[in-house]
Design a protein around this ligand. Structure first.
Ligand code: E4P
Length: 299
């Protein structure tokens, strides 16, 4: 599995690249804003992005900001032309760039991906929340598809009535297996009370439990990633899946277990991956046990 760093913060990018574990990077307008704010708003964007590209030893996703096909295509060409001399540019295109419910621009992202593919400009279809969106992105010719695992977990948690920042924090692990087990227990008790299976099937309580603990058959962000991978493999799509919106080390393990091509990780999550209390304890014990004759070997 490749690891991309999900940040526009050059300090973080440089540090993580020095560890030898970074294969690429992903940015978005919010990550760029965070990086700019950290530098007190004083960033010369062109040279800043250039430096990111020169630092990262692989693809760097840069996002367009237009929301119509023509605008996105123009911006993608500009980003590609301007920054390709400094590294491997991939243009991030929202799978559905609509800003309202009208549906007028629902297909503009796909249109842009298709045109850019024909021009040889690689794209990363972003903001993917369903396997259906990922299927369309692959058909349109996206080089990468980015399912947002953490945001899907958040969505399901909120449907279950959990409050962000109170009942769960951004980096918390979402234990969808526990949720499934709880649902099963609850359903079993409801089935026990019913006179017939059709009563259970049409029961409002049952339907509510089933619809709030999942998103139309998606049980978690990792489940979303797994389903997309299965669909791509069924039909041999070449689009690579980037597990995005990753919030903790356990999610990284789970997307690796389902065989994702790439996981794009915040700096904090990469740091979390290398830590364990027993590793720390072991290091302390080994250090205490060094005998002088062994130490002298290194002098
Ligand atoms: C993906 O490419 C995005 O940059 C990112 O993973 C979003 O993560 P978030 O949901 O933590 O903002």
């Amino acid at each position: 599995m490749k690891i991309f760093i999900d940040t526009a913060d050059l300090d973080e990018i440089k540090e993580a690249c020095s560890w030898g574990v970074v294969d690429g990077a992903t940015t978005n307008p919010s990550l760029i804003k965070r990086a700019v704010d950290k530098r007190g708003g004083s960033v010369t964007m062109e040279s800043y992005i250039r430096e990111i590209l020169e630092t990262v030893p692989g693809p760097v996703s840069l996002e367009v900001i237009a929301t119509d096909a023509e605008g996105m295509i123009e911006q993608a060409r500009l980003l590609y032309r301007k920054f390709s001399p400094y590294g491997e540019v991939v243009v991030k295109i929202p799978v559905n760039p609509s800003l309202d419910e009208s549906g007028r621009q629902d297909f503009d992202g796909l249109k842009a991906i298709r045109t850019l593919k024909s021009e040889g400009i690689p794209t990363n279809a972003t903001l993917i929340m369903t396997p259906e969106q990922a299927l369309l992105a692959a058909k349109a010719g996206a080089s990468y598809a980015s399912p947002f695992a953490g945001r899907v977990d958040d969505y399901i948690r909120k449907r279950m009535g959990m409050r962000a920042g109170v009942d769960f924090q951004k980096g918390d692990y979402f234990d969808h297996r526990l949720v499934k087990a709880l649902v099963r227990m609850k359903l079993r008790s409801l089935i026990g009370k019913a006179d017939s299976i059709s009563e259970v099937y049409s029961s409002k309580d049952v339907r509510e439990i089933l619809s709030t603990t999942q998103d139309n058959g998606i049980y978690s962000g990792v489940d979303l990633v797994a389903k997309i991978l299965r669909i791509y493999r069924n039909y041999g799509y070449k689009t690579q899946v980037i597990a995005a919106s990753i919030r903790n080390a356990r999610q990284v393990r789970e997307v690796a277990e389902v065989g994702v091509d790439i996981a794009t990780l915040p700096f904090k999550v990469i740091k979390e991956m290398v830590r364990h209390p027993k590793t720390l304890e072991g290091m302390r014990l080994f250090t205490e046990d060094v005998v002088p004759s062994y130490k002298r070997l290194f002098e």
